[in-house]
Ligand binder design. Sequence first.
Ligand code: ADP
Length: 190
Amino acid sequence: MLLLAPPGAGKGTQGKRLAEAYGVPHFATGDLLRAHVANGTRLGQQAKDYMDRGELVPDRVVIDTILPRLAGRDRPPGFVLDGFPRSLAQAEQSYQWGQAKGTTFHAVISLDVPEEELVRRLIERGKHSGRSDDNEETIRKRLAVFREETEPLLDFYRGRDILIEVDGMGPVDEVTNRIRSALDRIDLSQ
Ligand code: ADP
């Protein structure tokens, strides 16, 4: 399953909880990229400036980092993807790749949170996250990039009939329960 939501909506928090509940790995592209930056790898060096500006890292870099983890030799029984795909090119290439590998996304969870609440949460998080992109200017840029490049994916997955829209406001536990009861209604095994 995928979590498709703007920065600050709770993808990371809910992604971890869902992965634990279903006993599958949680792949957060942002975390993977930040680990590369921290370790000073070539990929991290390529990604850092884009991340600090609040822009998307080029599709090819992200695709090559994430897709091999989903269906390698140690293919997991399922997975929670958080922060990928984030552009139409990433979504289309994942779909083609999945077809070739005999795997597919079963559910795409979108978390709906008003923009001013997102900004408030991210500024609050920035006080202790140590993330160089959690400052107001970059936060606004990330939200604009979400609207322009990622939001169109909602229609892409709505068209494939796997989009689940959940209200992301309210206590964390309540949001988790909303997602889980929506997932209970679909078959994740096919
Ligand atoms: P948030 O959703 O709060 O912006 P993430 O940790 O998911 O935080 O992402 C942080 C940054 O990592 C993004 O602003 C972007 O630069 C980069 N990134 C993460 N996922 C992708 C992706 N799928 N494609 C391109 N860039 C990405």
